[in-house]
Design a protein around this ligand. Structure first.
Ligand code: MHO
Length: 246
């Protein structure tokens, strides 16, 4: 039977294109797991807060959508090159790198206020000492304004005690020792294995590790906590592959 020239024409054209130029191979879109959520030309901003133990603070902020990276360190004091066992007048602090298109400084401030007791004097929760004091570090007039407004709002909620939070210009942020970075994730070998037992440097710059560090401490917002639960359970069921994003 004679072939219909109309239906065979598109195949003929494709065959000619493919044979004429070998670079025209068929491309499939990247599988979802390979699409990074952070565009390569990312323009991120940073924020630094102190609100008690930095193990906990890193978990609280690392889990938020829009937070790209976190690291813990020392800030707010004058001692040069502080260390965990001799941090001088510094406060345990958290450096947050975020995508301003997804989360902004004002929203980070809301998380800051709701994640600790800013009225507790000389400590936070069970942790006693000056290193656990509450500080909003600012950079620029807009951040300064937002910080002051939010602190006034916080104080106006009750006049029975004083909001101790300081607002300080950020000078130097000294990163803490590796063993303090992603502390909550590191004490969960199961989750570490799930993301492929990343090397220390990768762990420190990984957005996924920042999220799972919050998940490990059960400090993610409930919606995110259950989203990650779902992904983790799916991987347990399949036994493979490794968790690449949440
Ligand atoms: N309560 C904590 C404080 C740790 S911290 C990073 C502890 O277990 O020692 O200061």
């Amino acid at each position: 039977m004679k072939k219909n020239p109309v239906t065979s024409l598109p195949y003929l054209i494709i065959a000619i294109i493919l044979s004429a130029n070998p670079s025209h191979s068929i491309r499939f879109p990247n599988p979802i797991s390979q699409v990074t959520l952070i565009p390569s030309n990312e323009v991120t901003k940073t924020a630094v807060f102190a609100l008690g133990s930095f193990w906990r603070s890193e978990s609280v902020f690392g889990c938020l959508d829009g937070v790209v990276r976190t690291s813990v360190g020392y800030a707010g004091g004058s001692k040069l090159n502080p260390e965990y066992r001799s941090l001088g007048d510094h406060a345990e602090s958290i450096l947050i790198e975020y995508d301003p298109r997804l989360i902004n400084f004002r929203q980070l401030l809301e998380v800051f206020w709701s994640s600790h007791d800013s009225r507790q004097v000389f400590g936070q929760g069970p942790d006693v000492g000056n290193q656990y004091r509450s500080i909003i570090f600012i950079n620029g007039t807009e951040e300064s304004r937002l910080a002051s407004v939010s602190k006034e709002r916080e104080q106006s909620k009750s006049r029975s005690s004083i909001v101790t939070t300081q607002i300080q210009q950020l000078e130097t942020f000294y990163p803490a020792e590796p063993e303090h970075q992603k502390f909550e994730l590191k004490r969960n070998p199961f989750l570490l294995q799930l993301i492929g037992n990343l090397a220390e440097e990768e762990l420190e710059k990984s957005s996924l590790a920042a999220k799972l560090n919050g998940y490990a401490a059960e400090l993610c917002p409930p919606r995110i906590q259950s989203r990650i639960d779902g992904k983790v359970n799916e991987i347990i069921r399949k036994g493979w592959p490794i968790l690449r994003e949440v």
